[in-house]
Design a protein around this ligand. Sequence first.
Ligand code: PLP
Length: 429
Amino acid sequence: MTDHRRTVPRTDALLADPRLAPAVDSRGRDVVKTAVRQAQQAVREGSLPVDGLVEAVLAALPPAGTSLRPVLNATGAILHTNLGRAQLSAAAVEAVVTASGATDVELDLVTGRRARRGRGTLAALREAVPAAGDVHVVNNGAAALVLVATALAAGREIVVSRGELVEIGDGFRLPDLLESTGARLREVGTTNRTSLADYRDAVGPDTGFVLKVHPSNFVVSGFTAGVDPGDLTGLGVPVVVDIGSGLLAPDPLLPDEPDATTTLRAGADLVTASGDKLLGGPQAGLLLGEAGLVERLRRHVLARALRVDKLTLAALEATLRSAGNPTRDAVHADVDVLRTRCSAVAEALRRNGFDARAEESVAVVGGGGAPGVDLPSWVVSLPADLAVPLRTGPTPVAGRVEDGRLLLDLRTVPVASDGTVVDAVVGLR
Ligand SMILES: *Cc1c(COP(=O)(O)O)cnc(C)c1O
């Protein structure tokens, strides 16, 4: 037996190899070094011949220019926060590429004069939600709230139910975010019950607006009472509703999820939402509502600091103008089709000697949308010890481990990627 350890070239020597020089230049030394270390380890373990080392390093490098790796989301959580929430549609990706060079984002090509930034995107959003008098787009849902709180309530009060002072994830708490603007929170009601009288008693000359927040990552049940945005319209102050997930119109599959159109029709003055949750677009914060209020937000000095990039504007417009996107497709996937897909993938894996079977399961929207909604789904069940190699392999696939099995939920995988899932598993042999 050869002692592979002795034949492994040193890291410095490899990094100086002329064949790796372009990669070191373009991706940076650290990225290449990580790939070098992995390849050296493979040689030590005897799974890679030493003369294939440089090729293996080049093959293991992430795509040029970014250390981000594409991951197939087979977790069963459609909007997986740690995998970047919504996946862009092909149309949105194409739009991003189109907008990536010099583009007429703020120029009228006919007159040669300055034009309103992102006017096409704003028009698409207005068309998608005719109930909104006007619309504005900022960096994300949190930025939308910060802009509203600053423009309408800095130094004044935001009246909000105690049951809606939520943490949106990773330690970010809505009350802290709102108070960071200089607005004061006037909490009303209790965790489980808030009435119209609670709001009425709290509203006064110092009120900037009344805020309703959709609890997008938990459900309160039992002895509860809340007030619909429509009932708050007579209080003489703006009613702002943070619907969270960005549904623009009702979705029959998600009956408890608020949408912008219904909320505005019910009387809300402003609605805030995220672009990369159920809308299925890029990270963005949507502001929709009464034209005068939207104009105040747009003109506020803070708006400049929260404005979105041309790439976001391009991806958002394409998302708004196309019928489907991966998020919508995943929410609406047909269960029978999912069963057929899982059976086919499981069978292909069994033919390759894997202990694989198709099983019924449950997927979720995830990422701060539709809490408590179970979407019937199908998974490919595999031995749990495949989870780490599959996640760290050349085509990372993220599943979930349950009861000692690795489950790959195909509801969150685009149909066109089933073959990639098979290849990724088979490649582990
Ligand atoms: C997700 C969410 C936010 C934060 O939006 P981001 O786009 O993540 O900044 C705020 N409020 C609610 C109700 C949400 O669901």
